[in-house]
Write a protein that binds this ligand. Structure first.
Ligand code: SF4
Length: 109
């Protein structure tokens, strides 16, 4: 008389291992995607270009308020003092704290 329990356990182990190995590249891709999420917005980015985004607000020709920059924009969620931070417009990318674009709105105090 033989028991099927050990065979089932071994089959299950082999199956789970195979699934794990097959999923590994996708997990790596997901982690890479997360790392890419911290990429900086470039001025050449089509959306950034359309909004006149400049990494240095002083170089933004359309800026009329000389005190306006990303760090005091209502759409900026970076920490005070950090050189870059997230912006609600450029999701998953960072803008420079000293940057500016035409979507700037005064941060509520
Ligand atoms: S919306 Fe505000 S935080 Fe975002 S790029 Fe424009 S000025 Fe900077």
């Amino acid at each position: 008389m033989t028991s099927h329990a050990p065979d089932n356990s071994r089959r299950r182990f082999i199956k789970l291992t195979a699934i794990g190995l097959a999923a590994a590249p996708f997990a790596n891709a997901l982690l890479s995607g997360t790392a890419g999420a911290a990429d900086a917005v470039t001025e050449a980015d089509p959306q950034a270009s359309a909004l006149g985004y400049k990494e240095d607000a002083a170089k933004a020709e359309k800026r009329t308020d000389a005190t306006a920059h990303c760090a005091n924009c209502g759409l900026y969620t970076g920490k005070a003092g950090d050189a870059t931070g997230p912006c609600a417009i450029f999701q998953n990318k960072l803008v420079t704290a000293n940057g500016w674009c035409t979507a700037w709105v005064k941060k509520a105090s």
